[in-house]
Design a protein around this ligand. Structure first.
Ligand SMILES: [Zn+2]
Length: 489
């Protein structure tokens, strides 16, 4: 029996008056009493069971401090003018070994500069450097040290468990199967044209290309990818009694479309063949010129891959856009197309909802089909400047679309899962404790885990909430008693 179950029995024995629904009401009352107190909210939500984090990128979730420590351990070289790292120095005199910087006492200053380059630390928006550029460029800067997959995974697990996150669905790696064979490169222009002018011809061409691109070589590459992932997962002992981690693989929407398509086929195969790879995603800046011009083609590619692999789940970044970042007409259709053309099972961000044409129809469809939206408050505020009433979270909630709260890139954004719930409570006082709790249960219910694992995690979550509510509900009682004593004086 889990320790927490035993604790619930003890708590209920100690507090017989606190029947379970009363305990939940007490916890709810306590939340309302601290809604304007950020420190109290932080303590409350740190302790709250959070279910799963369904939207986060592996490299963007590792903190910059870990990359800096790794650079020291690897005895790397730093180009002091550009802050590039390398295992071997280039020919310029600016390359200095980090151990020499440590000896001269200048390393702490360079380390601080690296942390600012690799994250949003101390960032001040300026005309020549918008916040989205700081965010997305950071991934290119720490590329030399983000390959420590073992260390990164253990960091994510440790942080998750400390924050009472029982499940991570991590966008970990792409399935790299080498360059696109030369003979397929000419299809890019043809497909782009068909996607704009003749969708059914585009679909037929993509079906034919699927059969050609799925070669024994590609399949072997996917088997190697899955075997490596499984080896690391087992060797590190990632899953335990209180924690589960599964992976999504993904494609980059800024890649050449034909290269992307071959990688997407490999991604669907990986997800179909490995129980650890539970879904496929598409990432990189949605407002990028290449992303924007190929968006509908990407959705058609997902549709065709789904025809060949109907059991594979898809969570698609869609609608991570806002007025001013792109042309108004580009805000009208991305979430709709991800749902209706690509058949997304979940939507990441979904921020431009209010601009989608026929958003009412879309909302009804998402509610009826249980297409959840992954809400990333810190990320949306920093990258898009969208928060408070500008965010469509209330529209989704009112329409009955399932919502989950996720982190996106806690390392780059220097945030954590707890802070997302603090922001939720602060920015949306109309969202009740019961609705917040529902979002936590959604994060397991709408995860891509198989049914048996899902039911097991949901049962654990229910028990964890009983413990949490008994503990924090007591706080509400104590506050009430103190107020009563005060009013008598
Ligand atoms: Zn994301």
């Amino acid at each position: 029996m889990r320790n927490s179950i035993a604790l619930v029995f003890i708590l209920l024995l100690c507090c017989p008056l606190l029947a379970q629904n009363r305990i939940e009401k007490c916890a709810s009352r306590y939340l309302e009493s601290i809604r304007n107190k950020e420190a109290e909210l932080t303590a409350f939500f740190l302790d709250m069971p959070k279910g799963g984090d369904l939207h986060h990128h592996f490299a963007g979730s590792v903190y910059a401090e870990s990359f800096a420590t790794l650079a020291v351990l690897r005895q790397m070289w730093l180009h002091t003018a550009t802050l590039k790292l390398a295992n071997q120095p280039g020919t310029e005199s600016d390359w200095v070994k980090i151990s020499d910087l440590q000896k001269s006492g200048t390393w702490p200053d360079y380390r601080d500069r690296l942390l600012r380059l690799w994250s949003v630390m101390d960032f001040q928006a300026a005309e020549n450097k918008p916040s989205y550029a700081q965010f997305f460029n950071s991934f290119g800067h720490f590329g030399q040290v983000e390959d420590d997959l073992d260390g990164g995974l253990l960091e994510l697990k440790k942080r998750a468990k400390a924050e009472k996150v029982a499940y991570l669905e991590t966008m970990m790696k792409r399935v790299n199967c080498g360059p696109l064979p030369e003979k397929y490169k000419t299809y890019t222009a043809l497909l782009q044209n068909l996607a704009r002018n003749n969708e059914s011809a585009a679909l037929d061409t993509l079906r034919s290309l699927y059969r050609q691109l799925r070669t024994p070589g590609l399949e072997n590459c996917v088997r190697d990818f899955n075997a490596n992932l499984n080896e690391r997962h087992q060797r590190l002992g990632i899953d335990d009694e209180e924690f589960t981690l599964r992976y999504q693989t993904y494609v980059l929407r800024i890649n050449d479309p034909m290269f992307l398509y071959r990688q997407l086929i490999a991604s669907f195969l990986a997800a179909e063949w490995s129980p650890l790879v539970v879904g496929v995603n598409i990432v990189a800046p949605e407002h990028d010129e290449i992303s924007m011009s190929n968006y509908q083609l990407h959705m058609l590619m997902f549709r065709v891959c789904t025809e060949f692999h109907p059991t594979v789940k898809k969570s698609l970044h869609a609608g991570e856009l806002t007025l001013g970042l792109v042309k108004p007409e580009d805000l009208h259709w991305h979430i709709t197309s991800a749902v209706q053309t690509a058949g997304a099972n979940r939507i990441g961000h979904g921020v431009d909802l209010a601009h989608e044409l026929n958003s009412g129809v879309l909302l009804r469809q998402m509610a009826q089909q249980g297409i959840a939206v992954e809400i990333n408050l810190s990320s949306n505020a920093f990258i898009l400047g969208i928060k408070g009433s500008a965010h469509p979270i209330s529209m989704y909630l009112r329409a009955g679309v399932p919502l989950v709260i996720s982190t996106d890139d806690a390392g780059v954004l220097r945030s954590n899962h707890t802070a997302q719930f603090v922001q939720l409570a602060q920015q949306y006082p109309q969202i009740t404790y019961a609705e917040t709790k529902k979002m936590v249960f959604n994060s397991i219910q709408y995860s891509f885990l198989d049914e048996v694992e899902k039911q097991s995690l949901l049962q654990n979550l229910a028990v964890d909430f009983q413990v949490f509510e008994a503990k924090w509900g007591e706080n509400a009682h104590r506050l009430k008693r103190n107020e009563a004593v005060k009013s008598k004086k």
